[in-house]
Each structure stands twice: as C-alpha cells, then as structure tokens.
Design a binder for this molecule. Structure first.
Ligand code: NAD
Ligand code: SER
Length: 320
C-alpha cells in the first residue's frame, strides 16, 4: 500500500462533506481527495468525484483500489428526522454502509476510518446537562439506535481486528457553506437564510429547546484533529463526546436580531421538537480535550457574526 495519504469522503455532497472535502483538499492537495455520493454534485468540484452508493461494495472497492485510498471519511447516513420516516432504510444505510467500510479495513484495503456518531445516542434517561462520556445511552430514534450500534461496531472492530477507526459524537452542526439534510437541528441553519432573505422564520422547535450545537469550522477542526492524532492518544474507540455551544432557538433569534433588528420568528413546533426533547442540553467533552487536545474556537457571538457576514455577501452577490 502506498505511504502517501489519499482520502475518500463518502457522502461528499452533504452538509459536512461539502466543507470537509475542500478543507482536506486545501491541506493535502485536491488530487489526493476523492468525493463520492449517490449523484454528481451540481457544481464542478476541485477534487475528483465518483458516483457510488456506500452500499455497493463492489463499486466502492474499485474506487478504493483505483485511487489507492488510505483514509475513508464515511459521512453517508440518514439523519434523525428523515430516519423516523424511513426506519428500514435508515438502519440499512447507517449500519451496512459502516460495515462495508470496516470490512475494507479488515481486508487491509484501507488504513484509517472516520465515522461520526451523534448526541442522538443519548435519550430521555440521560441527564440533561454536562453529559458524561459514559452516561446512559437509551436512544428513542432509529437514528440514535443505529448510531449506538455503529459505535459498538467501531469498538468491536478495533478490539478484535485492530482497525484504526475514530469517531466523535457531533452536536447539531451549523454552517453557511452547505445545507443540512434531514436532521432535527437543521432549524439553526435555515434560520440564518430566512433572516437574511425574508427577515422572518417559522421555527419547528419550541423557543426554549436548548441543544448542544457547534459551528462547522469547529466540527471540521475536530474531525481533522482526531484523524491526525497519534494512534496511542485515541483511547476511546466507540465515540468521543464533543462540545462547544449550547443554545435555544430564542437565544439564536436574539443574537441574529443584533444584526437584523426587524427579524421575526414564529414558533410552530412539530414532531422534530419531540425528538429534540429526548436529547441532552449540554455535553461534557473532557476526554476529547485530554486525549487528543480538542478545543473549540467559536462562541455563539463569533459564530453568528461569521455566518451573517458570509451569507450577506453571498445573497448580495446573487442579487447583482
Ligand atoms: P447529509 O444528510 O447532509 O449528507 C449525507 C450525504 O450522504 C448526502 O449527500 C447523501 O446524498 C449521501 N448519501 C445518502 N445515501 C448514500 C449512499 N447510499 N451512498 C453514498 N452517499 C449517500 O448529512 P451530514 O449532516 O453531512 O452528516 C454526515 C454525518 O455526520 C452523518 O453520519 C451524520 O449522522 C453525522 N452527524 C451530522 C450532524 C449534523 O448536525 N449535520 C450531527 C451529528 C452527526
Ligand atoms: N444534527 C443531527 C440531527 O439533527 C444530530 O445528529 O439529526
């Protein structure tokens, strides 16, 4: 196997994949990054793109061999809200996609895997605040159930076969460069677009529904940091708690109003509010900080300033 790192991002058109592929390309050279997803992206990419389902093991194996892939970032998944509407498909993609990639590592076709878990592994029986790494995990969504099973698979493949698979439990992620794809925390992205375009937003979570959240820049920083950390520093092989911000829709509304005074939010909670009700409000990520040096860069005000600045520029350009 080549010593040079070659990266495959599976689910590269998604909210995280769109940003991660570009960050990896800037860092390691775009010729060393391959993106893959169900369909080709709408815009031309700087990295090579291959259309492929993670469930198509033969095609995936050909791509891995063709580009001598060393590291796989597996991002293809059904998220919480979409998963509740497609239970069988969510289980199939979230578990069998992971198994396919773990087995490539077992067969020594790849060297290292990143696979994200989620705060959705926690449930109503978990304490609400400062949730410990080893707190109760009794999820009540198929998404959370599949993430918890996935964490166990990662741990099992590491212990039994020595697979170098690394994972973090992302909180809800917010960025301006890409749109989310069917999660409960998607409101915190939509709210910025609607604030800038229409100065009004109808929110599907209730106003005081506090959740652990994170700016995309910090999530990408964490993803790359854990993958670059020395192998001996990775002590937890199911998935690491990760934390930076916690806020409610009302709090983000107030921050946005500092920039857009006339902004109005109407609260019409739907079934997604019930999913969020079962999740923690804040997370203790001491193990990530201690083991591989995790530290976030953005607080709420800095994140809101950055998103408003970038989205305002983007929408102004589109109008011209
Ligand atoms: P997303 O829904 O935005 O993107 C997923 C991508 O996977 C999409 O582009 C989709 O087309 C692609 N995909 C779907 N089925 C596929 C298949 N069979 N083969 C290949 N690609 C397929 O999701 P995201 O927000 O980018 O999340 C990526 C990962 O991070 C997921 O595992 C998710 O559970 C996890 N995560 C995300 C968040 C968040 O807030 N975004 C929070 C916690 C965990
Ligand atoms: N952001 C994700 C979701 O809402 C949490 O993993 O589904």
């Amino acid at each position: 196997m080549s010593l040079k790192k070659k990266f495959l991002v599976i689910g590269s058109n998604g909210q995280i994949g769109t940003v991660l592929t570009n960050k990896l390309g800037e860092k390691h050279g775009f010729k060393n990054v391959v993106g893959s997803d169900l369909r080709a992206p709408e815009q031309q990419t700087k990295f090579v793109f291959e259309e492929c389902s993670v469930l198509d093991k033969d095609r995936l194996e050909k791509i891995i061999s063709k580009y001598s892939i060393t590291d796989v970032y597996l991002l293809a998944a059904y998220l919480s809200a979409k998963g509740e509407k497609n239970i069988d498909n969510a289980w199939d993609l979230n578990i069998n996609g992971l198994l396919n990639v773990l087995n490539f590592a077992k067969e020594k076709k790849i060297q290292k895997i990143f696979w994200p878990s989620s705060i959705a592994v926690f449930g109503p029986t978990t304490p609400k605040n400062n949730v410990d790494q080893y707190a109760i995990t009794e999820p009540t969504t198929i998404y959370g159930v599949s993430k918890l099973a996935g964490e166990s698979l990662c741990n099992y493949y590491h212990k039994k076969f020595g697979i170098d698979v690394r994972s973090i439990r992302y909180p809800g992620l917010i960025g301006w460069e890409s749109m989310p794809g069917g999660g409960t925390t998607d409101y915190a992205v939509d709210i910025f677009h609607e604030a800038i375009k229409n100065e009004e937003y109808s929110c599907f979570l209730s106003e005081n529904r506090t959740l652990p959240m994170m700016y995309m820049d910090d999530a990408i920083k964490a993803t790359i940091s854990i993958m670059e950390a020395p192998i001996a520093s990775i002590k937890i092989r199911n998935s690491y708690n990760l934390s930076s911000l916690s806020f409610s829709p009302k709090q983000i509304e107030s921050e946005i109003k500092k920039h857009i005074k006339s902004f109005k939010v109407i609260y019409s909670p739907d079934e997604r509010d019930k999913l969020a009700e079962g999740w923690p409000q804040s997370i203790n990520d001491n193990h990530s900080r201690k083991d591989w040096g995790w530290e976030p860069n953005f607080n709420l005000t800095q994140m809101v300033n950055d998103i408003i600045l970038n989205l305002s520029k983007r929408y102004k350009k589109e109008k011209v």
